[in-house]
Design a protein around this ligand. Structure first.
Ligand SMILES: Nc1ncnc2c1ncn2[C@@H]1O[C@H](COP(=O)(O)OP(=O)(O)OP(=O)(O)O)[C@@H](O)[C@H]1O
Length: 393
């Protein structure tokens, strides 16, 4: 069944895909007329026919394992192994199956995430599978806030995540994590342990030196400090390390994009013309160093009036969407200008931590899935859509 979908892969890659196995439990009587095997068939067909931005060829085609347990009356438990975090989206499929079959369907996603790019870092850098740069051409568009919320959203979707603050001159990650006074320790006197905040592993120059000390550093010193942070941190096993890039597209940004084995980049912008011009420069910078851009996040896209629900496009409308089209990249999502996002950021909180199923959390979680889904679809050699890619280092 995989033949037609994997026809752009080598035989070796094809054979590394495990054929899904459907393990059936005892068939029990349940409160519908369907037999257990008919229910399993409905589940299988739904997983095959479901399509979305991240599952353009269905869920079934990218599963490496499926196990269905029908032993319990009134509940079917399904376990899937998928190549990118997507529990939130799969929960929606489970809800629609629950309605259709008239009994509870739970689907648990196990992750088998690949590194899309091979690289070697010092220390425990090799524990990191994929490094994703979160960048913006212009400062103040909400890049750091978005990066932190996406990191928490990825954790809510089931991934192991770290964040590295590359803004040596103006580190904001310690504030956004509510850990301004935290200081990293070391077990071996060589590598620093990252600071952990609600399951997120973080490192920032802000944990090590006073802000006023770092602001006087010159370019090479700043990029040297960044390399040290990346290489001399005892990173635990991470599926994704997000790098909060410094704003702009100057020499420092270019050096970072070149020096760090970044798998891909994401551009954060507001819909305002001035931010979009700089976002285009950001895309051009990553093109120059052959780092694929997965897409654009439009932050502060609109404001919803709390009283009447009117949507106003304070910074202009659909600029990010048009830019994504003109640059032939994806619009990964749109986020509102929302007082809760600002307040949470100021207090080291996140809408995703407060309530992982709130409207705001769902927006961040959808963007997180889109980022990692696109990373898989565009760059993972086991994906049915990825052409063979080569990095020229
Ligand atoms: N969607 C949003 N709604 C409301 N406020 C937001 C939103 N996104 C970010 N902010 C606020 O905007 C300000 C700038 O955000 P942030 O520091 O994340 O921007 P930045 O692009 O990383 O800036 P710089 O690159 O200059 O450090 C902060 O006060 C933050 O709380």
């Amino acid at each position: 069944m995989f033949g037609k979908l994997f026809n752009n892969k080598s035989e070796k890659q094809k054979s590394s895909i495990k054929h899904p196995e459907v393990t059936l439990g005892q068939s029990e009587s349940v409160n519908t007329a369907l037999s257990a095997s008919e229910k399993v068939q409905v589940i299988e067909e739904t997983l095959k026919s479901y399509q979305s931005q991240n599952f353009p060829v269905g869920v079934y085609e990218v599963c490496s394992d499926i196990a269905v347990n029908t032993k319990k009356a009134n509940t079917i438990s399904v376990e899937l192994t998928l190549p990118f975090p997507c529990q939130g989206e799969i929960n929606c499929i489970a809800d629609s199956l629950t309605e259709r079959l008239n009994l509870r369907v739970n689907i648990k996603v196990n992750l088998n995430i690949n590194a899309v790019r091979s690289f070697s870092l010092n220390g425990s850098g090799n524990n990191i599978k994929n490094i994703i740069a979160i960048a913006s051409g212009k400062g103040g568009v909400g890049k750091s806030t978005t990066a932190v919320n996406i990191a928490y959203a990825l954790i809510a979707e089931g991934a192991k995540v770290g964040i590295l603050d590359a803004d040596i001159y103006g580190p904001s990650i310690p504030t956004l994590l509510g850990l301004k006074a935290a200081k990293p320790s070391s077990n071996d006197g060589k590598l620093m342990l990252p600071i952990e905040a609600n399951g997120l592993h973080a490192m920032s120059i802000g944990f090590l030196v006073d802000e006023s000390d770092a602001t006087v550093w010159r370019g090479p010193m700043a990029s040297g400090a960044f390399s040290q942070l990346l290489n001399e941190t005892a990173w635990p096993e991470l599926d994704y390390l997000l790098i909060d890039m410094p704003p702009g597209t100057g020499d420092i940004q270019l050096t970072l994009a070149q020096k760090v084995p970044v798998a891909a980049a994401v551009i954060v912008t507001t819909p305002q013309d001035i931010a979009l011009i700089d976002a285009a420069k950001g895309i051009a910078m990553f093109d120059k160093v052959q780092v694929p851009v997965l897409g654009i996040i439009e932050n502060m896209s609109y404001h919803l009036c709390e009283n009447c629900g009117h949507k106003s496009h304070i910074f202009g409308e659909a600029g990010g969407e048009q830019m994504a089209k003109s640059k032939q990249t994806q619009l990964l999502g749109q986020l509102p200008l929302d007082i809760n996002i600002r307040q949470d950021a100021d207090f080291g909180q996140s809408p995703v931590l407060e309530n992982s199923t709130s409207d705001l959390a769902c927006l961040y979680r959808r963007i997180a899935r889109n980022i990692t889904g696109q990373l898989f679809l565009q760059l993972d050699n086991t994906s049915p859509l990825t052409p063979t890619i080569e990095y020229n280092n």
